[in-house]
Design a protein around this ligand. Structure first.
Ligand SMILES: Nc1ncnc2c1ncn2[C@@H]1O[C@H](COP(=O)(O)OP(=O)(O)OP(=O)(O)O)[C@@H](O)[C@H]1O
Ligand SMILES: [Mg+2]
Length: 267
């Protein structure tokens, strides 16, 4: 692991390292006449320490891109990389380890374990990793400090011993965000993380993702339909019909909305 820490990224005068990227990504579901070309030659990189939003109409391939970039699904052709690792070069076991150790996930449905407390849910990835021999180079005390800092970032210190059912939706999603970052992953992928939240809780979770990127120098890739959500990102990439059609730096909700309108097909 050389230039993948955000500190070195910030001080580097050369190219920013990428946390994740896909090159010429094609994904076809099914075969023949019924085949769907969900990704049609997408190349995109997600730089270290950046918050990127993926937008586009329903069915444009956003979730497919995220799943293939994160190693949850495989490409039909092209390559997907986490850091310097090309995912198709890994066998199933190595891919599972990579997902566990280097990638975090936040989904629309919070996916917390109902019988575990907030604290136990947050440390679950580390506990699972520990029971399988731990991860080289990341000591227990370092983990403890990191988790402690995360709990403050997500503002859950007074809820640590509650169960998910005793929390609001927004609080549950904050737990899911803390869990996604617990293993200090290279990149956190979030698919519509605010899709089940009211606008206020959604704002909290988005603010939190932004702070996690800026304060802890992590990388976040978020799929969203919502221009207000996308405005929290450093950059928006736009998909249409399985292709990358635009990128926007320093997005605002209004600018994103204008760009989205261009996709609308009059019916
Ligand atoms: N498992 C699958 N089998 C067959 N087709 C699929 C599968 N998953 C997705 N597709 C198709 O691939 C295309 C892209 O789907 P994807 O879920 O990536 O879109 P999306 O941009 O995430 O849409 P949404 O905004 O509605 O979530 C769609 O036409 C979809 O029907
Ligand atoms: Mg989707």
């Amino acid at each position: 692991m050389t230039a993948t820490s955000a500190t070195s990224a910030a001080s580097a005068t050369t190219i920013t390292p990428t946390a994740a990227r896909v090159v010429d990504a094609v994904k076809v579901y099914g075969t023949g006449d019924t085949g769907v070309r969900a990704l049609d030659g997408v190349s995109v990189d997600f730089p270290v320490g950046r918050f990127t939003a993926i937008m586009g109409p329903s069915g444009s391939g956003k979730s497919t891109l995220m799943h293939c970039a994160a190693g949850l699904d495989t490409l039909t052709s092209g390559t997907a990389h986490i850091g310097d690792t090309e995912l198709s070069s890994l066998d199933d076991r190595r891919l599972t380890l990579l997902r566990r150790d280097r990638v975090g996930f936040v989904f629309q449905a919070f996916n917390l374990v109902p019988t575990l407390t907030v604290a136990e849910n947050i440390t679950l990835p580390l506990d699972l990793a520990g029971s399988k021999g731990g991860k080289g180079g990341k000591g227990d005390s370092g983990d403890k400090e990191w988790i402690d800092a995360l709990i403050d970032v997500v503002g859950l210190r007074d809820r640590l011993h509650h169960r998910p059912s005793e929390l609001s939706g927004g609080q549950q999603q904050r737990v899911a965000v803390a869990r996604a970052f617990a293993g200090r992953p290279d990149v956190v992928f979030a698919d519509e993380p605010t899709g089940n939240l009211d606008s206020r809780s959604g704002e909290e979770v988005l603010g939190l993702l932004g702070r996690a990127v800026r304060q802890t120098a992590r990388t976040v890739v978020m799929v969203t339909h919502d221009p207000v959500a996308a405005a929290h990102a450093d950059e928006v990439v736009f998909l249409a019909d399985g292709r990358l059609v635009d990128r926007m730096e320093s997005p605002t909700a209004d600018k994103v909305l204008d760009r989205m309108k261009a996709f609308e097909v009059p019916s």
